[in-house]
Design a protein around this ligand. Structure first.
Ligand code: SF4
Ligand code: SF4
Ligand code: FES
Length: 354
């Protein structure tokens, strides 16, 4: 395993560059980032490479290794054959700054465009207690380390600069899904927003994003597909269609709680002049719904005060009560959008050991 190995590394900047060959020593147990550090210490002191944690947690060392987007610090040299040349190139979807460092600001712009979490205005901090089940629903998506490997692999923007304006990418689809699962997110309907503004319609579920995610987030199965299905359900469900005929065009019956809060719970309606992207099929009705912040299936429950006694202590009985927190807006028996066993909290290889 130890010994000299052949590396080909892209060197250059925004004006151009090419692959350069290096023979470099590799030791037992090393990862690609170790070898890049050795090169910086020996043959290529000016080789630019971004990294921070060397533990697969900061998302900085994203690069393309033998054509596949991967984290340099999590790619073991033992995964390559002894005489295999290891080719390292910068992320293809984003402009090169120098060598292996790319300008990923596209992603931060998309993050900024995504409306932030906004609880109903009449729920004060501390008034609402989340149930564990509601925390767990979106836990998988919160594991994202923002390495943008899913963004660089997605064919919608990988070779199509022209799609970038209209497409936020898989990382922001799971952000929408995460907020959609939050019982207190009263901002707007995230699925409609994803369809109308984030370009969800461009995605044709190739699952490449899921394949490269170092956090093993099931981006397509658990985030994108449930959102797509529910957008379709809503548009083509005969009951919803009938409802939209009976009620005002583009509206469905609201729950009493949601209706009572509409004024305060829909700050999305305050936004104006937003350019629309409907993912290839512009739908002005969907856009209007997304903009007006219709909270279709959501019933934000009344806040429940923390069950503390007058000294501010948690009563002992709370520990034995199976419904210690506020009621879930999805209901006790509803495992929206996925049953817990479909969620992915850990590395699949760890799961297999049990
Ligand atoms: S599944 Fe969709 S978002 Fe993911 S890589 Fe394919 S097209 Fe892009
Ligand atoms: S979803 Fe996965 S691949 Fe995409 S940015 Fe987050 S951690 Fe990286
Ligand atoms: S250096 Fe932090 S993820 Fe690789």
């Amino acid at each position: 395993m130890s010994g000299k190995r052949q590396f080909r590394i892209w060197r250059g900047d925004e004006s151009g560059g090419d692959l350069q060959d290096y023979m470099v020593e590799v030791n037992e147990g090393e990862v690609v980032l170790d070898v890049i550090h050795r090169l910086q210490a020996t043959d290529a002191p000016d080789l630019a490479c971004r990294w921070n944690c060397k533990a697969g947690k900061c998302g900085s060392c994203s690069m393309e290794i033998n054509g596949k987007p991967r984290l340099g610090c999590m790619t073991r040299m033992s995964t390559f054959g002894d005489d295999e040349t290891v080719t390292v190139t910068p992320l293809r979807t984003f402009p090169v700054i120098r060598d292996l460092v790319t300008d990923v600001s596209f992603n931060y712009e998309k993050a900024r465009e995504t409306p932030a979490f906004a609880p109903p205005a009449d729920v004060a901090p501390g008034d609402y207690r989340m149930q564990q089940v509601d925390v767990e629903r979106s836990q998988e998506f919160r594991k994202c380390i923002e390495c943008f490997l899913c963004q660089t692999v997605c064919h919608v923007i990988r070779d199509h600069e022209e799609n970038k304006q209209a497409f936020s990418g898989p990382r922001y689809f799971i952000r929408a899904a995460e907020l959609d699962m939050h019982p207190l997110d009263a901002r707007t309907d995230r699925k409609e927003y994803a369809q109308a503004e984030q370009g969800l319609g461009f995605c044709n579920i190739t699952k490449c994003c899921t394949e490269v995610c170092p956090e093993h987030i099931k981006i397509t199965d658990n985030g994108i597909i449930p959102m797509k299905e529910r957008v379709v359900d809503r548009r083509y469900d005969p009951l919803v269609w009938l409802g939209s005929k009976i009620f005002r065009r583009g509206e469905t019956p609201q729950t009493s709680v949601t209706t009572a809060r509409q004024g305060s719970a829909t700050p999305g309606s305050a936004r104006g002049g937003v350019h629309s992207h409907a993912g290839g099929s512009h739908d002005s009705r969907a856009e209007a719904q997304a903009q007006s912040g219709v909270n279709w299936h959501r019933e934000v429950p009344h806040p429940t005060a923390p069950a503390v006694d007058d000294r501010g202590k948690l009563p002992l009985t709370e520990l034995t009560f199976d419904r210690a927190a506020a009621p879930s807006p999805f209901g006790d028996d509803v495992t929206f959008p996925l049953p817990p066993e479909h969620l992915n909290f850990a590395h699949p290889e760890q799961d297999n050991k049990h």
